[in-house]
Design a protein. Sequence first.
Length: 522
Amino acid sequence: MMELDKATTLAPAGDHSDSGVALEGFYSMDEFMAKVNAENAARNAATNTQPNPSNANRVTPQPGQGPVAVGARTSKYTVALHEKYQALGLQEPFFDYRGGSAYGWTGTLSFPGLDVDELQGIKVDKVYSGKQAVKEALSELALPILTRLVDEGVVKKMDAETRSRSSKYKVALHDKHQKLGLPQPFFDSKGSTMQGWISIVTFPGIEELKGVTLQTPASTRSKHEATEVVSKMAYELIETAEKEGKFASFAKVKGPAQQQAQEKKDPGPNYTGQLLVGATLFTCQITIDSNDSSPALVFGSLDSKFTSKKVARQEAARLAVEHFKALGTWPANTLPVGGIKKRKKASSSTAQDPFAPPSPSTSTAPPPQPSGSNSYAQQLQSLALALSLGTPEWRWTPNPLDRDFHTVACYFAGGGQHAGPIGEVRNVFGKKKAKEECARLTLEYLKEVRKERMRFAEEMLRGVGGGEQVVEAAVGREVEGEKEAVERRVGKGGVTEEDEMDVDGDDDVEFEDAVESLEVGK
């Protein structure tokens, strides 16, 4: 007899009626979710009813109440000390930190330039975790000391009059050199705030004092004090040499503080100028000699003061012209020549592309100053940005013999192959002239760099459709080996030296004086 198997039907979940015994710890999905949701709702309700202890002392900022501290670090005393010494006109205090991150930090505080022992070597005994905490602790100790010394009159406010008295020997030395027509002395300071400062002075350009070097006999607490000590020594030396007549040769040199008339072979206007010491005022007087034995004519006065040498000369010349016109000896059909001649301005039609390469017919002489407001330095700035070289940096090297002569070179911090030095010029008289000459040579160098990048881009994009439109954008990408290619054509820039110096000291290079021959007494 055959039997058929039947599939066993499972009871629904949670239905334990047929088993008769409930299984402990077993839930249906609906029962479990309902229980969990109820527990979460009860927990959230309890949390919302209790205040957050972190917000108990929090203050909500209101408009006009000022800033609210959000951290434990503070700079209260550091800021207060800074405002105090700034208001008094004192030098910035020197903080000396000692220690490290592993063992902690400590330090000392000193006020350079103040001969007060209480403000020197203020220190903290505690070790702090950072330099900022040490600075705040030192400021907290120094602020009441400085405030008390100010109230007692030991430390006084450094006003303009006090500053002038504290530098009286340096100012007196500067005025003495101007009065005698001597080149200014050269100061050099060495040392540190902790070890002290010494100052050294030399006298470049004065043959009578060649090889003479003065130095402070002992180190001082500040660079300013060392300079003042050595200035006093130099002033006494110059006074002694002046009494001995060692500077007689400088009296014949035409300078801004001289009143000697310039000798001329032929009769004509003779300008005598004077720069008033301690001020930027000028006077001028014209002396015109005659062809016969009659006395010379003098126009203008050394008592009339003007703000520039040009205006002073023009006023004296105007008086002379009016005098001869009143006598009827001034030519009626004279052409407007002579006097002050201004530099001719180039017409806008002849203006060229500042980045265009120079013409093959250009001579080796330096080109004239570019017309308009675009100087060589401005053109260099624009071209350097187009080549992605960054802003040009000028590095100066002082001349130890004469500070009026300058050596400068151009550098580019992000220049890559063209970091520098580029366009170096040496011993050029006048800082402005030196910078413009360096900028001109650097500009020629960068123009060749631009040409090299354009040539490389044209070769790479030759035969590519629409490549002509992206060639110009390639000037901002550096090409390997372009530096060597450019230096083979133009080098790194030239070096120029000037052998002639303007003893008159007139910096108005835009004007030229023209001599007019006048017949007097006929």
